[in-house]
Every structure is written in C-alpha cells, then in structure tokens.
Design a protein around this ligand. Structure first.
Ligand SMILES: C[S@@+](CC[C@H](N)C(=O)[O-])C[C@H]1O[C@@H](n2cnc3c(N)ncnc32)[C@H](O)[C@@H]1O
Length: 249
C-alpha cells in the first residue's frame, strides 16, 4: 500500500477524485435512491436566477447531475463541466453529450489549479465540491478570478446549521444510513466515511459566508434546502462586484 493511500482521505483531499473513480459507475444509482438529490440540485441552480443565456462553469461536475440542473436553468446558455475524476467525467459525457450537444462540454482539471483565462464565466456552480478542496479559500480566490465582474458563484453544499442538533442529526443520518447503504451499493465504504467526516469538519454557514466576503465577494448569503435537509444542506450565493477593486488594493 502506498503512503498516500494509507493516509485517511480527510488528511489527503487531493486523493478524493481517485476514490470517485472507483464508484463512478454506481454513483448515479446511489444518488437516484437518495430522495430529492436531483431536485435539490435544480433548486439551488434555480436560486441563481439566471437569465438563461449565460456561460456557466459547473465545477466538480461528477457524473453530470449538477450539470443537467444548470442546463435546465439555461435554455440558451452553455455549461462547461470540470472534474478531476476521469471515471466520473466519462459517465457525465455518456449522460449528457447526446442530449445537449454543443451547449455542454467537459474538461478534466483540478479545481485547485484551474486553467481558464480571467473573467471566463458569467456564473459558477459548485455542488458538493468546495468541501473537498485542500484549501477552500485558495479555491475561492480562483473562482473570483474566473468570474466576469457582476458574475455569481453558487455553492450547493453540506454545511451543518448553527443548531445544537445539526451535528448529532448528521451523524445518525451518515453512519446509520448513508455509509451502510452506499457501501452495499458500491462495494466500498472509504469515500462515504470520508463524506461524513468532511461534512463534520466543513465550515458552518456563517463562517462560509465570511470566507466568501474575505475573498472579495459581495452580497454573500446562505439559504437552507427544504424539509429534512434544512439542518445540513445549504445554497450559498455571492457576487463579484461590478467594479472590482484593482488587484493588490
Ligand atoms: C459528490 S461528487 C458531486 C458531483 C456533482 N457535482 C453532483 O452534484 O452530483 C464530488 C465530485 O468532486 C470531484 N472532485 C473532488 N476533488 C476535486 C478536485 N480537486 N478537482 C476537481 N474535481 C474534484 C470528484 O471527482 C467528484 O466527482
């Protein structure tokens, strides 16, 4: 076993995409059985309030469920899906290219080292992605660079509400249902045990909003998803100013 593999994933986030390779062919089944998964992605995409003709980056697009949510919110727009797992991307291509043609494209890239020119996108959507970054604030700075002035960033992410019961609720849900159920479906538990821990350690909504503001985003907000997801899952939105301060100011 290599040293990197011996490390728990929570200490080795760059290894997360490789772990997704192993479950890529079962990911859609596992999420299909998760009540509301696609509906929630559509709701967060709808909350962006897009005009419908924008160019959007779907970062950490996985098998394309979040990409589809963006495309549905954009009848005349384009979506570029980026992920660092070749396995997940190949399922995304199979799922979407035939239906959406030139409106969608996919690229294999590391979200911590994105290779796009400044101001490439009108909006950026990142569903279940920012929590996986080895340095979330460094990633936010890249997203700021990639957005056009006035552009919007939207995160759909597990972030435990500032309520005493949110953490025990997540543990029961995670270790009682998600880990056993998804392990049976995919044949591996490593990525799901990581999921539970990474959510536990991720920033609470107020702290993530503050991180967005520190990066220079304005009008940052957090909104819970409905029903039983409200204590654990949020849509975060923020904007790059129309007139960003000059670099270094
Ligand atoms: C939970 S999946 C979410 C997929 C999709 N957004 C959805 O909502 O169904 C997380 C994805 O993040 C990708 N990922 C993790 N770290 C990454 C990185 N550094 N760069 C790009 N993608 C990454 C994984 O490969 C995986 O496909």
């Amino acid at each position: 076993m290599s040293k990197a593999h011996a490390l728990p994933l929570i200490e080795n986030k760059p290894a997360v995409p490789k772990e997704f390779n192993k479950i890529a062919r079962r990911y859609d089944l596992a999420t299909f059985l998760n009540q509301g998964y696609s509906e929630d992605l559509r709701l967060s995409a709808k909350r962006m309030g897009l005009r419908g003709d924008e160019r959007v980056l779907d970062l950490c697009c996985g098998t394309g469920k979040s990409t589809r949510a963006c495309l549905e919110a954009l009848p005349n727009g384009q979506v570029v899906g980026v992920d660092f797992s070749e396995g997940m991307l190949s399922v995304a291509r199979e799922n979407l290219l035939a239906t959406y043609g030139e409106r969608v494209s996919f690229q294999l890239q590391d979200a911590m080292a994105l290779d796009f020119p400044d101001e490439s996108f009108d909006a950026i959507y990142m569903a279940y992605g920012i929590r996986n970054m080895s340095d979330a604030e460094a990633c936010l700075r890249q997203l700021y660079r990639l957005l056009k002035p006035g552009g919007q960033v939207c995160f759909h992410e597990y972030s435990l509400a500032e309520r005493w019961y949110a953490r025990p609720y997540w543990w029961v849900l995670g270790y009682g249902f998600v880990v056993p159920f998804c392990t049976v479906l995919t044949g591996t538990s490593r990525i799901f045990r990581y999921l539970i821990k990474s959510v536990d350690r991720f920033l609470r909504p107020t702290a993530f909003v503050q991180a967005l503001e520190r990066t220079g985003f304005v009008r940052a907000s957090a909104q819970p998803l409905p029903f039983w997801r409200a204590p654990i899952l949020h849509t975060f939105r923020a904007y790059k100013p129309e007139h960003p301060p000059a670099a270094g100011k």
